[in-house]
Write a protein that binds this ligand. Structure first.
Ligand code: ADP
Ligand code: 5GP
Length: 201
């Protein structure tokens, strides 16, 4: 039985994680996106159950108490969490799953699932990062400042990941992530069954 990959993508807010992951999932439809839960308000165009499950703080805390999350973290004053949703069973049955989560959450997942593939997305520069957050136009000036100030801290954790990809152009970044996924799926440690099938003693 082939196990799927647990692919974790992080990066400072505004780097382009959402944009890059969306294109990656279009190109690789067999990868499932893990929809997170959050207590932040939906942005215009976001739908409950698609980008996130939008919960109240009380609902989120109830789910924490029921151990419903693989990990959760408080980011910019709101809770975000990865629903367990049988992630382990799905990976064991060969499904690859993509998590787009912050660095606190990713490090917790690394502890629990060290065989995951941890990819950190960097902006080409801090000036470009600010431009992208402002250009998205979804944040109040106060939230925008909070997110930008947290960027350097977030970026410094990137060195703990397995791979770094600079999101200069979306297409190029997606191609690099596809190459990482392809190489990871060829790792000997993930393919010992191939040796057994060929009759290696
Ligand atoms: P994140 O999910 O990391 O917060 P988004 O995917 O929402 O970031 O992207 C933030 C903004 O930057 C969006 O307006 C998006 O269109 C833009 N963007 C993303 N990637 C690129 C890129 N490679 N070049 C230019 N703009 C980009
Ligand atoms: P946004 O509000 O811009 O959608 O996301 C803010 C931050 O929360 C991003 O860094 C995003 O990766 C992170 N995030 C989204 N879902 C989760 C999750 O389930 N767990 C954790 N720890 N972070 C998440």
């Amino acid at each position: 039985m082939y196990k799927g990959l647990l692919i974790v993508v992080s990066g400072a807010s505004g780097t382009g994680k959402g944009t890059v992951c969306k294109k990656l999932l279009e190109d690789m439809p067999k990868i499932s996106y893990s929809v997170s839960a959050t207590t932040r308000a939906a942005r215009p165009g976001e739908t409950d159950g698609k980008e996130y499950y939008f919960l109240s703080r009380a609902e989120f805390e109830e789910r924490i108490s029921k151990n419903d999350f693989l990990e959760y973290a408080e980011v910019y004053g709101n809770y975000y969490g990865t629903p367990l949703n049988e992630i382990e069973t799905r990976i064991n049955s060969g499904e690859s799953i993509l998590l787009e989560i912050d660095t606190q959450g990713a490090l917790k997942v690394k502890d629990r699932c060290p065989e995951g593939v941890f990819i950190f997305l960097l902006p080409p520069s801090l000036a470009e990062l600010r431009k992208r957050i402002e250009g998205r136009g979804t944040e109040t000036p106060e939230v925008l400042e909070k997110r930008f100030n947290a960027a350097l801290e977030e970026i410094s954790v990137g060195k703990k990941y397995d791979y770094v990809v600079v999101n200069d152009e979306v297409e190029k970044a997606v191609e690099k992530i596809k190459a990482v996924i392809s190489a990871e799926s060829c790792k000997v440690s993930r393919n010992l069954n191939e040796f057994e099938m060929i009759g290696e003693m």
